[in-house]
Design a protein around this ligand. Sequence first.
Ligand code: FES
Ligand SMILES: [Fe+2]
Length: 355
Amino acid sequence: MNETSPIIRSLERSYCTDPEILATERAGLLIRTWRFAGHVNQVTKPGDYFAFEMSGENLFCLRDRDGEVRTFFNGCQHRAHQLVSGSGHASLVVCPYHSWTYELTGQLRAGPNIRSVPDFPKSEICLTSVRTEVFHGFIFVNFDDAAAPMDDWFPGAREELGAFVPDIDRLAPLEWVEIPEKCNWKVSIENYSECYHCSINHKTFATGVIKPETYDIQPQGYCLRHTTECQNLDQMTYPIELESNDFAGSYSSWFLWPTFSFQVYPGNRLNSYHWRPHGPDECTVWRGWYSIDGEEEPVVRQLAVQDRETTVEEDIYLVESVQRGLKSKGYVPGPLVLDPGCGVNSEHLIRALQQ
Ligand code: FES
Ligand SMILES: [Fe+2]
């Protein structure tokens, strides 16, 4: 690409099709950034834990006796056996191989016959921890111990989310919708990061949820911030009470680079996107829907179904078609539509993602 040219093009084919590029991302970008691990609702009591996989590593989160949420590599410090699987509750972490036992802080507590070893370095043995932050109840981890805190990466996002969703700290997942997509994770995220395609492809979203003509997306640190107004009330597909608070009539989303997004539908309805790369042309999108204490909430259920049947379904068709096109010998990276005034019909945020 010509550095001085104002024309910015879509990604070269290899970025979205080459297994080596994905391996490089997994060894770099995807482990030095804040990634979503789970929700505090999965670890409400000390000793609660859940295991998960991220960038090829087995990890687990647990809540310790002081209430802190910690994340560890899921491997024993003796001879590397996996410590826990699934989710559950344990007063101590006990390795199934030779029963070495760890405190909830990760410190080694005991092991059969270890005292027989002269100068056994027990106090030095601790599970390897992973940097963890709780962000309005959402647990994020970063393999980079030196990474700046999330508030530095995503300035303003924590406060803004608190204002858009007054009950955010009382929310718990009501529904997870798992969406396999046959495309590179970046194709799916680029699609999420522009609304140039919305009016043509997302009739329900564009005429029954938001007003496309007010849509804009702007970078905010490493966050990409989407903002728009709700659709006229007589056209909304679900009820909202405009008077209930300052943001009830707004839509906003905070995409936390590289693989998570908080999205607030009009009516202060929080939902989330979590992208998980599996292969160069395969990823899963997890859509989370939330209610107070995870209690049944008909509007949230209705939105989860409506979104799965419309926007999500429509996007699967788009991103999988793009992935097939990227693999074609006829593919030439095309110029992005970068409107200097930004707005709904501009792809300026794809440029920001590329950078
Ligand atoms: S590998 Fe865990 S106790 Fe031996
Ligand atoms: Fe879309």
